[in-house]
Design a protein around this ligand. Structure first.
Ligand SMILES: C[S@@+](CC[C@H](N)C(=O)[O-])C[C@H]1O[C@@H](n2cnc3c(N)ncnc32)[C@H](O)[C@@H]1O
Length: 221
């Protein structure tokens, strides 16, 4: 198999892709990293949004979507989550993921299954929370202009997929975002920061999760 399960330091599973030679999450803790980068520096920074419109570049395991579902703010606010993933997991690979079997997220196990029961189209996962899955790359995806107020940019690194971290991709994403919308990514490289700045974002370097000194938060201006 091209992808193998690996247990990370916080007990949550990630996948290792032999095609890229990279893990889907930090081996210091998959859930810990996602909570820090995408929920803490992203979702929790939205100020009383009327609606939460999230774009995820690289839906992969669906961990960020699961953690978003578990956040109390998304129970009270209409949430639309668009996950872009050209290489959806197989049913066998989904069974390797233990998120729904960990105590904190047990109640979300059935929703996690539903998230992976389709790879294209939209489903209402629960009242007020719609997941749309797109099975093309971000380069080909059709995005509504000025729509998203939060972007989880979680592609493989610029070392292995450099084209995804170029201004052309960030400009396309910027055009799909509201002014003041937030993009977060685990990456902190200078070249990524400059590409974001050239694409209409103001960038902030924030402390990274355990094992990583910094990460980037970018605000659409
Ligand atoms: C680092 S993994 C992270 C996945 C995910 N966010 C998670 O929590 O499991 C990167 C993901 O980006 C996906 N990907 C690869 N090429 C892509 C592209 N052109 N556009 C969007 N996503 C892509 C990969 O298949 C993989 O699932």
């Amino acid at each position: 198999m091209e992808r193998n399960a690996v247990i990370t330091a916080d007990g949550s599973v990630t996948l290792f892709s032999s095609e890229t030679g990279e893990h889907y999450h930090s081996v210091h803790g998959a859930i810990q990293e996602s909570l820090h980068v995408f929920i803490g520096a992203g979702l929790k920074q939205l100020i009383q949004p009327a609606q939460i419109n999230i774009l995820e570049v690289g839906f992969g395991t669906g961990l960020n979507c699961l953690l978003t579902l578990a956040e109390p703010s998304t129970r009270d606010t209409e949430t639309y989550y668009c996950g872009i993933e050209p290489k959806p997991l197989t049913g066998e690979e989904v069974l390797l993921l233990n998120y729904g079997r960990l105590g904190a997220y047990g109640e979300f196990a059935p929703l996690f299954e539903q998230m992976h029961s389709f790879s294209r189209g939209s489903r209402l996962l629960r009242q007020g929370f719609t997941l749309e899955r797109v099975d093309t790359g971000i380069e080909q995806a059709m995005l509504k202009s000025g729509f998203f107020n939060l972007v989880f940019f979680d592609a493989f690194s610029a070392e292995v997929q450099p084209a995804l971290w170029e201004p052309a991709v960030f400009q396309k994403i910027r055009a799909a975002m509201q002014v003041g919308g937030i993009l977060v990514t685990y990456a902190a490289k200078g070249s990524v920061r400059r590409a974001l700045q050239q694409s209409g974002f103001v960038t902030n370097r924030l402390p990274g999760p355990p094992g990583k000194r910094e990460m980037l938060q970018a605000v659409a201006c």
